[in-house]
Design a protein around this ligand. Structure first.
Ligand code: SF4
Length: 412
């Protein structure tokens, strides 16, 4: 649409000057947008395992408002925006672990409130699973404070539990420490859906977190789980004293595995007195902030678009509005129940209220992500890019001065 109006000669010079300024602004904005194009290159919802660390860093460093927007769009390519899986995690065997993870209340290397306890009775676990199912949980997870699944008898009980809980129609997940290929195979045969084994942080920062087993030990277990055909649940923790570079490093490690983990838990450290990293965090008052979690979740969502991103430990510290932003940014699972292993977690009723207020619904067990809008080898226009282009963005008013007629002509 164009319009024309007579202007006085006196205003003409001022207008020309103003137009020059606007042209400058326009050039600057266009230069920025070019940068923007670079920033979003590759961020289109395609599942890639060839991310460079620099690419992930560029995603991670986006202005938070853009990052959440991009992640929210990509999330909607693969998942319903309202579906959040409720999972329940119990501590099947607490304390006395021989590993020295610097954040963990269950390590025998640290003096914490957790005392070693024997494994739960089978019926006790099954009752907890029934309660979790009745409260809307789609996945039931059992954690054991073990370096690895050592004793045959203990493993047999786990296999029995997996079979029983699988029979209840819930997804079953365990986290039992390091696994051999043979143990992974047996868990698969018993009906295990997923196995959790976190990398915790970047390879570089890892030795500051734990020294009793290596990063590669962890990757070996992840590989054994994958090869047995069990879903991989593997993520990390924010708040270990790591730099942002380590957070990007962790996401890079996960996003460049041969296959992305089906589940990526993002935890905020809940500091426990008596643990080296918990004490450090308390002394320095550097608890993970909501925006750090949003950034981490959104980046995970973008670089691993078909994975469940699980907002895990530390939820108690974040108000509902902040959690809402995390769901917006692509988190689609939470742990419910008033305890997460040994640390506090919101009660079932509080989460019910949050679901009602935010309009969330529970995600059913065994529901796969939506089909990719991209086929393996197509060059179909990027759906997310198209959606992005349709959004209101910066617009330029094209202003021309008709110098001969002293007319100012504008068009949108
Ligand atoms: S292996 Fe698990 S239970 Fe053991 S110290 Fe590390 S985090 Fe804690």
């Amino acid at each position: 649409m164009a319009s024309a109006a007579a202007i006085s000669n006196a205003d003409k010079d001022a207008l020309l000057k103003r137009i020059e300024e606007l042209e400058d602004d326009k050039a600057k904005l266009q230069a920025e947008l070019k940068g923007d194009d670079l920033r979003v290159r590759g961020v289109n919802g395609r599942v890639r395992t060839d991310w460079t660390k620099e690419e992930i860093q560029a995603v991670y460093e986006k202005p938070l408002i853009d990052l959440v927007f991009d992640a929210a769009m990509i999330h909607r390519l693969y998942f319903s925006s309202r579906e959040i899986m409720r999972s329940t995690l119990i501590s099947y065997k607490s304390g006395g672990c021989s590993e020295n993870c610097g954040y963990c209340s269950q390590s025998q290397h640290h003096k914490t409130f957790v005392k070693p306890t024997p494994a739960m009775q089978i019926e006790e676990v099954l009752e907890a699973a029934r309660r979790a199912k009745a409260a809307g949980s789609a996945r039931f997870c059992m954690g054991s404070a073990w370096r690895s699944v050592g004793k045959k008898h203990a493993f047999k009980r786990i296999l029995e539990l997996v079979k029983e809980i699988n029979g209840m129609g819930m997804e079953v997940c365990t986290t039992l420490g390091m696994l051999t290929p043979e143990q992974a195979k047996q868990l698969k045969e018993a009906g295990l859906t997923a196995y959790n084994h976190n990398l915790d942080t970047s390879r570089e920062y890892y030795p500051k977190v734990v020294t009793t087993r290596s990063y590669d030990d962890r990757l070996d277990t992840v590989k054994n789980v994958r090869e047995a055909g069990i879903s991989v649940c593997c993520g990390g923790i924010v708040g270990l004293g790591e730099e942002e570079d380590d957070r990007v490093g962790l996401l890079h490690q996960l996003a460049t595995l041969t296959e992305h983990p089906e589940s990526v838990p993002i935890n905020a450290l809940v500091p426990v007195a008596g643990t080296p990293l918990g004490d450090k965090l308390i002394a320095e008052g550097k608890a993970p902030q909501w925006d750090e979690m949003v950034r981490m979740i959104a980046t995970a969502r973008i670089v691993m678009p078909r994975s469940m991103v699980r907002l895990s430990a530390g939820r108690m510290e974040f108000p509902m509005a902040a959690q809402g932003l995390m769901f917006m940014a692509g988190a689609n699972s939470i742990f419910t129940g008033d305890k997460l292993l040994t640390t506090p977690n919101p009660a079932f009723s509080e989460d019910d209220r949050m679901f009602e207020i935010l309009g969330l619904v529970g995600k059913a067990p065994h529901t796969a992500p939506l089909k990719s809008p991209y086929s393996a080898d197509d060059d179909v226009a990027d759906a997310a890019d198209a959606a992005r282009a349709a959004q209101p963005g910066p617009r330029f008013v094209d202003i021309q001065v008709n110098k001969s007629s002293s007319k100012l002509e504008t068009s949108l």
